[in-house]
Design a protein. Structure first.
Length: 442
């Protein structure tokens, strides 16, 4: 039976599902991989999905990616390309009963029509353990090919038993060039919009608003078109029209321009100045402007050593943890991780002693390239080296009281001091210990 007809179980074909009034994003949804933009690592010539369709075999899969990245579209393309019967559920409103009914219909289709079913479950991470377990037998027996879509890390949200039976593929947010290509394709492929000869006057606004979400861009375009006089062509979509249609003004923030550097500078200086409120304000500006959260987190890791250092050694541990959390969680929830890190770093005792020390040490070392390593500090891996005096006279600190012995560790004739610990936070205790051990140096 062709997929262009209704099947025996009441599911309309893709063409018939698209025959009524639909939003623009649905009307221009790609039907083949060639019509898609983005996700080249999956659908390109060497991508796994491209290979599966060429070989006409399809494993059960989980698509993990942000909204508007093409999860549903890819699932439909897989079914359409392989002439699979397509059935879909949303984990938001489907329970075990709905899952069982879908599996029964799939089994009947296989038995009566000899046709494979692709079952697509949107937001599969919302299924509880019982709902997920109800899918295991059907996957193992080949009753369905399951494609689950999720915006959450499936390692945390999907049962290990189900994960072990599925391949996980990560979808990335669409780049600006991909979003623009999607919109331009909509101009050409949608008969209504094509007649308007639409011209976008402010691509930057539309792309920043979309934030990698193709559906969001198309919905914004459709909302703007609903408010403009389309009797005169070409129809211009201006920034003011988009702002009016979306009831949203984007912040003045150019990720590649001057404001990018000004705001990250204000962010760092606010944390350095121990003002968590100002730091949070600049953090919010960056997030609202679409800044990469990993860029922000990286700067926080640097800040933890540069401006806090040994005044609070835990600050670096926390900053690194925030960076890993941002990698795993992603926006929008990662803003909470960033906020925790920002408030801790801004509220911490400050010291740039380690930062200044390495600057001074590198400058000094650059001028002393010929200074030799003292013999007692050299490595002596061979008998010849030992006999030549390598390592001779080295005093092992752990053999002495307080695990310290006064020794010369710099090259002969050199005695610089680079590290000047402050009395801030825990660095005070480092300063006190060093002053006690090295009387007269600190």
């Amino acid at each position: 039976m062709s997929h262009m007809q209704d099947d025996l179980f009441g599911l309309p074909s893709r063409e018939k599902r698209g025959s009524g009034f639909q939003p623009l994003a649905e009307r221009v949804r790609p039907k083949t991989l060639e019509e898609m933009y983005g996700q080249e690592h999956l659908i390109g010539a060497d991508g796994p999905l491209k290979r599966f369709l060429v070989q006409k075999r399809l494993p059960s899969m989980i698509f993990w990616g942000p909204p508007g990245s093409g999860k549903t579209t890819l699932a439909e393309i897989c079914a359409y390309s392989l002439d699979f019967r397509f059935d879909s559920l949303s984990a938001v409103d489907a329970g075990v009963k709905e899952v069982r009914k879908a599996l029964e219909l799939a089994e009947s289709a296989q038995r009566i029509e000899g046709r494979q079913t692709l079952l697509f479950i949107d937001e599969i991470h919302r299924f509880n353990k019982a709902q997920q377990d109800s899918l295991l037998h059907a996957i193992e027996q080949g009753i369905v090919v399951l494609i689950g879509a999720t915006t959450e890390n499936p390692s945390f949200e999907v049962n290990p038993a189900l994960m072990s039976r599925m391949q996980v593929y990560i979808l990335e947010p669409l780049g600006d060039r991909d979003i623009e290509a999607v919109v331009r394709r909509a101009f050409e492929s949608d008969s209504t919009i094509a007649s308007y000869q639409v011209a976008i006057d402010d691509w930057d606004f539309l792309l920043r608003y979309a934030g990698g979400d193709a559906r969001k861009a198309l919905n914004a375009l459709e909302a703007a078109l609903s408010m403009v006089d389309t009797s005169t062509v070409p129809v211009h979509i201006s920034r003011s029209l988009l702002e009016k249609a979306l009831q949203k003004k984007l912040p003045v923030y150019d990720k590649k321009g001057e404001s990018h550097y000004d705001i990250i500078s204000a962010f760092i200086k606010s944390m350095r100045g121990s003002d968590p409120d100002a730091a949070l304000f600049w953090l919010a500006k960056m997030l609202d402007g679409g800044e990469d959260p990993k860029f922000i987190a990286r700067r926080m890791v640097i800040f933890a050593s540069e401006d806090i250092g040994n005044a609070d050694p835990y600050a670096l541990t926390l900053a690194v943890s925030v960076f890993h959390a941002v990698e795993v969680i992603g926006l929008p929830e990662a803003r909470i991780n960033l906020a925790q890190g920002v408030t801790y770093l801004a509220g911490s005792a400050k010291s740039n002693a380690s930062y200044r020390a390495i600057n001074d040490a590198q400058h000094y070392a650059g001028q002393q390239q010929e200074a030799p390593v003292p013999m007692h500090l050299r490595n002596a891996p061979t008998k010849f080296m030992k006999e030549s005096g390598y390592g001779k006279g080295y005093k092992y600190p752990h053999d002495y009281p307080e695990h310290f012995v006064k020794e010369k560790y710099m090259p002969e004739g050199h005695d610089p001091v680079f590290y000047h610990p402050t009395v801030e936070g825990r660095e005070k205790f480092i300063k006190e210990r060093l002053e006690k051990l090295w009387k007269g140096r600190y």
